[in-house]
Ligand binder design. Structure first.
Ligand SMILES: Nc1ncnc2c1ncn2[C@@H]1O[C@H](COP(=O)(O)OP(=O)(O)O)[C@@H](O)[C@H]1O
Ligand SMILES: [Mg+2]
Length: 1024
């Protein structure tokens, strides 16, 4: 409840008890109005629910709401009929106390709707199983059926209950519904035969005409238009916009099925409804004071007889005659027209009324608990509300009497409860003044002195009692009563408002003027014996079971309606008194069934007569607010450091501590045995406001704490996870290491055994070892393969692999060679071939050969390009295959001159280095030899004949003598003409002379002409 207090300015207070100005009716009504305009139709007075009819569907009865209210503290949610239901249900289930929910309020104030919501709520709040579902649906389906037969449109309400209904819902020990029982009270039977203008007969008549299929209609010989029937035409409003008779008919047909009505029973019911319509259309003609059935009505008589399955002739006679038994003699006398009409209407009422009782009875059978010990129950009372019409008759008298009784019960129970609570809590009780309506109840029901007894007396009195004599009798007996007045008893002002045939009662809910006409008849509820007899012989299932033959033989006069009603009400009061009550007080905001209209005077009137102000005063006389200690401490403990966050002592001490800390004044509160009572709402509001502020602080604090806690938990979780993972990992690692070591030991052991046995032929002991040796040798070979063909190294093989090693080495060599060859270009190959030629020519023959090995041969040693002049001298564009600088020595005098030597495929040319002139050319064809010493000098001689202008031998020196000689030998094809000379070399000179060249070893290389005329070529020795 407190959670919405902040909005109290706008929507008012949810509990009137919290109204500051609680004695003011205006404040009360203002609060109701405020809430009504916010569509908050419910408000509490303590535990009493005040409900204002919204006259519009509200979105507060959804499954969501039903769930919300389940099992929550009554005051924690906004007021709701579900909260009342839940409270009753919990008390019933938890404390095993039978409960009753009393719904009161005037006609159209929302009682029946409330009772439906309660029933609906009770049916969902228990657990479900098939059996429970089955009984729940029956409980729920009983409603539309009873409403069809027992509700009607009145001026006050389009769906006004015209009977009282008390329904017990029975639950097993787990709180699941297992059955139900309905008590019905005084159906307003007069409605069957008469309706005021603007009102309707019971819904079922219209539903049948609208909804029955054609086949059934023709069987019942009915026409669809209600105006065809006297019993429906009087009200002149067969159609009501808020009612869909056709749909409703389908609904009740389904409901009857759910309630296990057999097809035969359903047909019998509809036949009776139809028969009543036909009965209403039976007219009489007068023939000399005797009533005869009018000709055109004979068909209706036939139809009624057919529908009720009785003798038409017997029915016809019973409608027009009356048999009286006097002195054991039966006398049959004809009826006059008035009497016949009376008899007809009496039959219609009796048939309908008994059918209704049978209906309730049959529904009860369908709801009855089978083979189950019932545990506890919740009673639901939805009874006709207080009614004031333009013309009020016997029915209104009974209805209003019933409401007086309920008000009485309400007063007694609420006051008693309140008093008992204070006493139980040990708190002084201050009595409150309130209007006790017991005096009115007494006026109606007191033995011998009350209106009911007077009426009975008048009915039974010999002579000719009439409604007028009854009124006289009333004036004589209760004329003095302050709540009773008649035309004769009133002063002149009152007389104007009361007719001669009326009496007025000052009810708790207002003054009602009743017309006495019909009172005695209705009280007698007389049905002539002839009609009873006819009915008792009928075969219609329902009629057969409701008009029993035994009734005819009973000597005792049946009890009057008034007396029956009084005793049934008193029984009801007993039933209700034995249970723990909850109240729903319904208020209707306007008389025109309109939403959003809050007629203040109308509401004020209801607030007054419902005694809501007194109710509030009683509730507030002591204390506005009360809660059990634990609830109070739980809610407000955060406001005091001693009780926050946990109070360890008893809840009562906690309350004391809190109140002292909050500085409640002495007279503001009392601490009872189990509850704290707070006198003024403002005290509670101050506390509540403080709590709201505190709540925000706490929320922030809690959020922070919670976040911290969550982080802390997360951290711990992670830390634990880390520990777990690492310990697991360590274990795995240790395990692996162990396995590895074990394997290693095995391997080592095997290795050693293998080693020991290595000399033996292959056997299991040494097989692995030998394999290992082989493999490791192969690995070694792989890792240390020679990188080039010159590298002749090879790993030393174990004894067993000597042959393999040789093979491998050879293979590797072949491989490398192949690879080398593959990589070799044609130029390189040629160079190699040249080198090979050089090797053939000079190896071990000339000392400088070794040095030449390091220098690859090339085709051109010149640093600059050959001059064009030189190129022009070369014959026929021959290609120069080799060229180099040389020093040429004259054959005579041995002068040294710088020349360029160029070799082609045909000749060797010698050019002047400076001017490029051709100095000598020796064709390969005339080349007779090439001489070179065995020492390390660089001199060589190309021999050629002197004749024919040829100059003869060419003596040259070149740094690249080996290269040059090799090239010339190859190009000229005169390899075999290369001669290695030692010491001396003779060469041809012109004129047939011979020159001598001497080769000697000396400290410094030189080439000089000696005195002897010889050319001395000095070269350093081998050691160079
Ligand atoms: N809680 C409610 N929500 C919406 N409409 C309601 C509610 N209570 C009553 N009504 C409207 O008022 C009409 C009369 O209500 P009803 O319960 O039949 O009155 P009562 O039984 O007191 O005579 C209903 O038919 C419905 O239209
Ligand atoms: Mg009702």
């Amino acid at each position: 409840m407190e959670s919405a207090l902040t909005a109290r300015d706008r929507v008012g207070v949810q509990d009137f008890v919290l109204l500051e100005n609680y004695t003011s009716e205006n404040a009360f009504i203002e609060n109701l109005r405020k809430r009504f305009s916010e569509k908050l139709i419910y408000t509490y007075i303590g535990s009493v629910l005040v409900s204002v009819n919204p006259y519009r569907p509200l979105n507060i009865y959804t499954p969501y709401h039903q769930e919300k209210y389940q099992g929550v503290n009554f005051y924690e949610m906004p007021p709701h009929v579900y909260a009342i239901s839940d409270n009753a249900y919990r008390s019933m289930r938890n404390e095993y106390r039978d409960q009753c929910i009393l719904i009161s309020g005037e006609s159209g104030s929302g009682k029946t709707e409330a009772s439906k919501y309660i029933l609906q709520y009770l049916s969902i709040c228990s657990s479900n199983n098939e059996k429970v579902e089955y009984i729940k649906s029956r409980l729920l389906q009983s409603n539309p059926v009873l409403e069809a037969f027992g509700n009607a449109k009145t001026h006050r309400n389009d769906n006004s209950s015209r009977f009282g209904k008390y329904m017990d819902i029975q639950f097993d020990y787990r709180g699941a519904p297992i059955g139900g029982h309905i008590l019905n009270y005084l159906l307003e039977k007069s409605r069957v035969v008469h309706q005021a203008q603007g009102e309707r007969n019971f819904h079922i008549f219209y539903q049948l005409l609208e909804g029955a299929d054609d086949e059934l209609m023709s069987r019942m010989r009915l026409k669809r238009n209600p105006d065809n029937y006297h019993y429906l035409a009087q009200g002149k409003c067969a159609k009501v916009s808020s009612i869909n008779d056709k749909n409703d008919f389908l609904t009740i047909k389904k409901a009857l099925k759910v309630l296990s009505f057999s097809d035969e029973q359903v047909t019998a019911l509809f036949y009776i409804v139809a028969s009543v319509l036909h009965l209403g259309n039976i007219n009489f003609t007068d023939s000399g004071g005797r009533a005869n059935i009018a000709k055109e009505s004979m068909a209706d008589v036939q139809t009624v007889a057919a529908l009720l399955d009785c003798e038409a002739a017997q029915l016809e006679k019973a409608l027009t005659h009356r048999t009286i038994e006097a002195n054991r003699e039966k006398m049959c006398s004809p009826l006059n027209v008035d009497q016949a009409v009376y008899a007809r209407d009496a039959l219609a009422k009796a048939v309908y009324g008994r059918m209704f009782d049978w209906l309730v009875h049959t529904i009860n059978e369908s709801l009855s608990v089978q083979n189950q010990v019932r545990r506890s129950l919740i009673g639901l009372l939805d009874i006709y509300g207080f009614e004031i019409f333009q013309k009020n008759s016997f029915e209104q008298f009974c209805i209003n009497y019933c409401n007086e009784k309920l008000q009485q019960l309400f007063i007694e129970l609420t006051l008693k409860q309140e008093q008992e609570e204070y006493r139980a809590e040990g708190i002084a009780w201050e009595p409150v003044e309130y209007f006790n309506n017991k005096i009115i109840c007494d006026l109606v029901e007191e033995r011998h002195k009350g209106i009911i007894d007077i009426m009975d007396e008048e009915c039974l009195r010999p002579g000719d009692p009439t409604d007028q004599t009854f009124l006289k009798k009333l004036e004589e007996t209760v004329g003095e009563h302050p709540h009773f007045i008649t035309h004769a008893l009133g002063d002149s002002k009152l007389r104007k408002t009361i007719q001669y045939d009326e009496f007025r009662m000052i009810h708790y809910a207002g003054d009602v003027t009743y017309g006495v006409e019909g009172f005695l008849d209705k009280n007698n509820d007389l049905l002539f014996r002839d009609l009873k007899e006819t009915m008792s012989e009928a075969s219609n299932t329902v009629i057969k079971n409701t008009f029993l033959k035994s009734e005819l033989t009973k000597l005792k006069r049946p009890e009057t309606v008034g007396t029956q009603f009084r005793s049934s009400l008193n029984k009801l009061m007993e039933i209700l008194m034995s249970k723990e009550p909850s109240y729903v007080r319904c208020i209707k905001p306007n008389d025109t069934k309109q939403p959003d209209r809050f007629e203040e005077t109308l509401v004020r009137h209801q607030v007054k007569y419902l005694g809501l102000m007194e109710n509030l005063r009683v509730r507030r006389a002591g204390f506005a607010y009360r809660r059990t200690h634990d609830v109070f401490v739980k809610r407000y403990k955060s406001l005091c450091p001693d009780t926050w966050p946990h109070y360890r002592g008893s809840a009562k001490d906690g309350v004391q501590t809190l109140c002292q800390y909050l500085q409640y004044k002495e007279d503001e509160y009392r601490v009872g045995k189990t509850k704290i009572f707070i006198r003024f709402p403002k005290t509670l509001f101050a506390t509540e406001d403080a709590f709201q502020l505190r709540k925000h602080e706490l929320a922030a604090l809690m959020q922070a704490t919670w976040r911290g806690f969550r982080q802390w938990k997360l951290f711990h979780r992670m830390r634990n996870a880390v520990t777990t993972i690492s310990s697991q990992w360590k274990r795995v690692q240790a395990q692996r290491l162990k396995e590895k070591r074990k394997k290693a030991v095995d391997v080592v052991r095997k290795f050693i055994i293998g080693f020991i046995n290595r000399g033996k032929p292959r056997c299991p002991e040494n097989a692995n070892f030998l394999d290992y040796v082989r493999i490791s040798y192969l690995h070694r070979c792989r890792d240390k393969l020679p990188k080039n063909v010159l590298d002749k190294s090879w790993p030393t093989p174990p004894a067993a692999l000597t042959e393999t090693a040789e093979l491998l080495q050879r293979l590797n060599m072949q491989n490398m060679t192949r690879r080398y060859v593959k990589r070799t270009t044609p130029e390189k190959k040629r160079a190699m071939e040249e080198k090979v030629v050089a090797s053939e020519l000079f190896r071990d023959k000339k000392e400088s050969y070794e040095d030449s090995l390091k220098r690859p041969f090339t085709d051109k040693r010149l640093t600059e390009p050959m001059k064009p002049k030189m190129m022009a001298m070369i014959e026929g564009g021959e290609k120069v295959a080799y060229s180099c600088h040389v020093t040429k020595y004259d054959r005579h005098g041995y002068h040294a001159r710088e020349r360029v030597l160029a070799i082609t495929s045909k000749s060797s040319y010698l050019f002047d280095s400076k001017d490029g002139k051709l100095k000598q050319k020796i064709g390969h064809d005339i080349l007779t030899g090439i001489s070179i010493s065995n020492l390390s000098d660089d001199l060589f001689v190309l021999h050629a004949p002197v004749e024919n202008k040829e100059k003869g031998d060419m003596i040259v020196r070149s740094e690249y003598s080996i290269e040059a000689v090799t090239k010339i030998a190859i190009l000229s094809g005169k390899k075999s003409e290369v001669r290695i000379v030692t010491k001396n070399l003779a060469h041809e000179m012109a004129g047939g002379k011979q020159g001598q060249i001497e080769f000697i070893v000396g400290p410094e290389p030189s080439i000089t002409k000696a005195k002897s005329g010889n050319l001395i070529v000095v070269s350093t020795g081998r050691s160079r």
